[in-house]
Design a protein around this ligand. Sequence first.
Ligand code: HEM
Length: 186
Amino acid sequence: MVNEMTLDIQVLETSFAKIKDRAVEFSVSFYNKLFAVHPELEILFKNVELAAQEQKLMASLAIIVENLRNPEQLTLALKSLGAYHHEVGTIPEHYPFVGQALLETFAEYLGDEWTWNTEQAWLDAYNLISEIMLEGAQNPDAYLGGELTFYEWLDLYGESSPTIQKEIANETHFKYRNYKAAHESY
Ligand code: HEM
């Protein structure tokens, strides 16, 4: 489970805020790095429009960071995301490749602000996120089909800014129904 005690949420939030405005360039750079070192992964993305995928990556990272203080719901959402990844052909061995490219992109974009502390915070967060996604991947039937998708979990229980919701809605055609707000108004 996502554990608030073991993650440096403050550092994750402040460092992520610094790259948020450059999200598109950041994700282009991330995929370039990933495919330069691991061209064999490109085939997994063959049916995917990369521009949309780039936005999804950033949107999912933003949502994850925004929900670090909401660990139970985030954990379920990540298991469902992991199960989905299993379905599209992602295997456990791929996770460190993505983590490496992600951390290198952070280092590139944060420059001097990519301190040892920040690197550790992202390493811990990425390892934990991967671990939880892989738990979902081990038992995909429990987290797919009938269960809610990553976005639906966050719609139901998560916290996300209207900007992120709009971005996701544009890219995935997922419509936020804002269950949470509706529920709270009763
Ligand atoms: C922290 C780790 C990761 C996060 C947060 C993440 C996030 C996402 C999200 C949000 C989507 C879109 C899901 C949707 O449209 O419903 C996605 C799709 C995808 N991810 Fe990841 N991902 C991660 C790790 C990986 C890894 C390790 C791989 C392996 C190379 C990978 C390969 C893919 C592929 C191929 C798709 C597109 C599938 C398709 O629509 O055909 N991801 N990812």
